[in-house]
Each structure stands twice: as structure tokens, then as C-alpha cells.
Design a binder for this molecule. Structure first.
Ligand code: GTP
Ligand code: MG
Length: 417
């Protein structure tokens, strides 16, 4: 029982909370992450871009990048799986980028961590290791980005993933496998198209997490691409909900309604940098978008425009529904174990009591037998005392931990308000 508790405490201590951003290639995953981060960090492009699983989390100190490389065995396996997949895109791109020239430099290399003061340099290095246009990305198994201004709790990790339909099979496989592991999944689907392909992406995600559809949020991305975003989305939403309510997805109307949101991350990111945008960008990129929302004067309507992008709304959902809910579930979990232990303690002492009563009842019996029973009972009492001490120790540990987590949670909720 004690071991079980120690296991739980350990699990809780090291528990990371993973929020994965998945979807088809070019669905706007990286752009959406950037809007939550408040800076354009993850690489975005009009062609397949994110090639390595990229974890983003808080850094206590400076911004950093941490790289994990394939070892020789993993690299050989990867090549074999590419041979088997019968797709030659990987090899063609690999050749074109002359990646083989730098293979020996990176395969089997120890993990590497680099810290940064300079933002430009930081972005350049992130691109070097995550972009499918750079040769180095082939050899990196996982990239971790640490941000000193990450606004979510330390344990929260965002995961930018390669597209689920990435033509390079091993990349999409990494993403598929990740869906089950993640604590929450944000599926990005372009708001202007719910075609068969998009649906199959959605079904793929739900089939990877059959027991917990509630952890999936469907984000209709690039809302600004609709002709009349607000009106068109309402219609579109009705159609999407019909699909999402089905058993293959949420299997529940209310859950589907709550977990489907549209977003315009690109417009949000532009509006956030509005003061630094060139006139040309404002005239030819931003204004046409804002006009589709039937809003003309950007200067006077900045907050209204930020509001229609829904980014703040989704961020709130991440904090209030996903992270906080998870913290509460965990506290409940600990509380339940605490109650179980209390129950066991009561049982132990009730048993001792009834054994002693038995001892009195046999008082008439042979004196020798009484003595033996007494010794046996004393031994058991000794054992129980020990067990009681151990349990009390664990209880104190749990109490402290629960108190600490509650404080953290209420501080965190206070911060949010
Ligand atoms: N208009 C508009 N364009 C967007 C939006 N979000 C992303 N884009 C554009 O769509 C393209 C793809 O965006 P990414 O964020 O790279 O998409 P991704 O899903 O990360 O793509 P991969 O990593 O290649 O799978 C880029 O040209 C973005 O500028 C949006 O909200 N509105
Ligand atoms: Mg990307």
C-alpha cells in the first residue's frame, strides 16, 4: 500500500502536462502556437514545414533549445522503415538537401542544450532544427524549446507536430503515436473546408484516443479565409457539429459544442504587431482580412478585431477547462487514496480489538494456550504499530502535498483572474 502511494507521489511530482497541436499539413498548427506564445517562434510556411516533434515549455532562466539526436540503431531502423514505405519523397528530399554529408556529425551525438539572449539567433536555430527545408532536422529526434516568458505553469508543455498526412510516413507516425500520450489535443482543421480528407483527420484523432474524447478540441483555423467569417462559420459549425456529435467522435452534443471553436491566429499575430507592420502589409494583407469581418477602421477597432480571432477565448479554455480540470482530477485522485488509507487504518485497529476480545473469551482455557495467544497478539500489535507509523508518515506527506498543490492551484487561479 505504501509502495502504491510512493508511486503516485512520484508520478505526480514528475507529471508533465502535454497539449499537442495536430492536424493536416498546413492546417495552421504552428501559427496557432505562435499566437499563444505571443511571438513568432515556431517555423511556419506555405509548404510542409514542421518536421520534428517540438516541445515548448517554460524556462526558469534564459530561452533555450534542447536537442535529442537519433542513435545509430534508431537511425538504421528509420531508414529501413522508409525503404518499406515505398515512398521515395524522403530520399529525394534527403539527397537534394545533401543531408548525408552531415549525417555522421549528428547521428549518435549526445543531447545538446543551447541558451540564447538574442531573439533573431534563437529563431534561426529553431528553424535549423525543426524545418523540413534544413538538412539538420533529419537527425534530430526531438526538439525542446524553453521560453522564459511562457505564460502557462511550468509543467505545461505545448507540442508542435508534423502534419498527420505528411507525405513522409515516419513523421506522421510520430504525430499519431503522440495523440494517445498527450493530455489534451488541439486538432487544427481549416475552417473553410470540411472535406472527406479533413473528416478522416478528425476520425484518426478520435480513434487514437477512444476512451477520452473530451481531451480533444477541434479548432476551425484560418477563420479569416471565409468570405463572411462570422456568418459563414455559424453555418459551417452546424454541419461540423452533426459529424462531431456522432459516436466516432464525441458521441455527445454538449461536449461537441463546447470543444469546437474557430480561430484566426494569423490575423491575431498581425494585430499584435500592428504598430510595426509596413503600410503595404496593412493595405494588402491585414485590411482585406478585417473587412471580411465587416470591420473597416483597424485603429479604432483593435480590441474588437482581436476578440473575433478567438485566440484569447481558446487560451482561456486551455487554462480553465484543460489545465485546471486536470489539476482538480489529480487532487481528487490523491484524496481518494487518502480516504482508502484511512479506511484501512480503521480496519486494522478493529481487528486488533476483536482479537483482544477473543483473548478474554478463552480465559477459561488452558493457561498455556492463553500465553501463546498473548504472545501472538503482542507480535501482531507490534507489526500493526509499525504499519501505523508508516501509514502516518505517508499521510503527512500526502497532506503536505495536497496542501501545497491546493495553494499552487489557488495562486494560479488568482493569477488568471
Ligand atoms: N489567412 C490565414 N492564414 C493562416 C492562418 N494560420 C496559418 N496560416 C497560413 O497557413 C500556412 C501554414 O501555416 P503553418 O502554421 O505553417 O501550418 P502548419 O499546420 O504548422 O504546417 P506544417 O508544419 O507544414 O504541417 C502559412 O502560410 C500561414 O501563414 C490564419 O489564421 N489565417
Ligand atoms: Mg508546423
Amino acid at each position: 500500500m505504501n509502495d502504491l502511494f510512493i508511486e503516485i507521489l512520484k508520478k505526480y511530482k514528475s507529471k508533465e502536462f502535454h497539449i499537442a497541436f495536430v492536424g493536416a499539413i498546413k492546417a495552421g498548427k504552428s501559427t496557432l502556437i505562435n499566437s499563444f506564445l505571443g511571438r513568432n517562434l515556431t517555423s511556419i510556411s506555405v509548404t510542409p514545414e514542421t518536421a520534428a516533434l517540438t516541445k515548448i515549455r517554460a524556462s526558469k532562466d534564459k530561452d533555450y533549445i534542447k536537442l535529442k539526436f537519433y542513435n545509430k540503431k534508431e537511425w538504421t531502423n528509420l531508414w529501413e522503415s522508409i525503404d518499406e514505405s515505398q515512398s521515395d519523397i524522403f530520399k529525394r528530399e534527403y539527397l537534394a538537401l545533401e543531408a548525408d554529408k552531415i549525417k555522421d556529425k549528428w547521428v549518435g551525438t549526445e543531447d545538446k542544450k543551447i541558451s540564447f539572449d538574442d531573439q533573431k539567433e534563437f529563431k534561426k536555430v529553431i528553424r535549423k532544427w525543426t524545418s523540413s527545408k534544413k538538412a539538420a532536422h533529419y537527425f534530430v529526434k526531438e526538439v525542446e524549446i524553453g521560453l522564459k516568458d511562457f505564460s502557462l505553469p511550468e509543467r505545461v508543455v505545448f507540442i508542435d507536430t508534423p502534419g498527420l498526412d505528411d507525405p513522409i510516413e515516419y513523421r506522421s507516425k510520430i504525430t499519431r503515436e503522440y495523440i494517445d500520450k498527450a493530455n489534451a489535443v488541439l486538432v487544427c482543421i481549416q475552417a473553410d473546408a470540411m472535406t472527406g480528407q479533413e473528416l478522416s483527420t478528425i476520425y484518426r484523432v478520435f480513434s487514437n484516443t477512444p476512451h477520452n474524447p473530451g481531451k480533444v478540441y477541434v479548432i476551425g483555423t484560418k477563420l479569416d479565409n471565409l468570405n463572411k467569417p462570422l456568418i459563414d462559420w455559424e453555418k459551417q459549425r452546424g454541419e461540423w457539429l452533426k459529424r462531431l456529435e456522432e459516436d466516432a467522435c464525441y458521441g455527445n452534443k454538449e461536449l461537441a459544442k463546447n470543444n469546437l471553436v474557430s480561430a484566426s491566429a494569423y490575423m491575431y499575430n498581425m494585430l499584435k504587431q500592428y504598430d510595426n507592420l509596413s503600410e503595404e502589409t496593412i493595405d494588402y494583407e491585414l485590411e482585406p482580412m478585417t473587412k471580411r469581418f465587416r470591420i473597416k477602421n483597424i485603429d479604432d477597432n483593435l480590441n474588437k478585431l482581436l476578440d473575433v480571432t478567438n485566440i484569447a477565448k481558446i487560451k482561456n479554455k486551455i487554462e480553465n477547462e484543460i489545465i485546471n480540470k486536470h489539476e482538480i482530477i489529480f487532487l481528487e485522485d490523491i484524496k481518494e487514496h487518502y480516504e482508502n488509507i484511512k479506511f484501512d487504518l480503521v480496519n486494522i485497529f478493529q481487528n486488533i480489538k476483536s482479537e483482544n476480545q477473543e483473548l478474554l473469551q478463552v480465559a477459561d482455557e488452558d493457561i498455556k494456550e492463553i500465553k501463546n495467544k498473548k504472545i501472538e497478539s503482542l507480535n501482531r500489535l507490534e507489526e500493526s504499530k509499525k504499519e501505523k507509523e508508516e501509514l502516518e508518515e505517508t499521510l503527512t506527506e500526502v497532506k503536505n502535498l495536497t496542501r501545497k498543490r491546493s495553494n499552487e492551484l489557488s495562486n494560479y487561479i488568482e493569477d488568471l483572474l
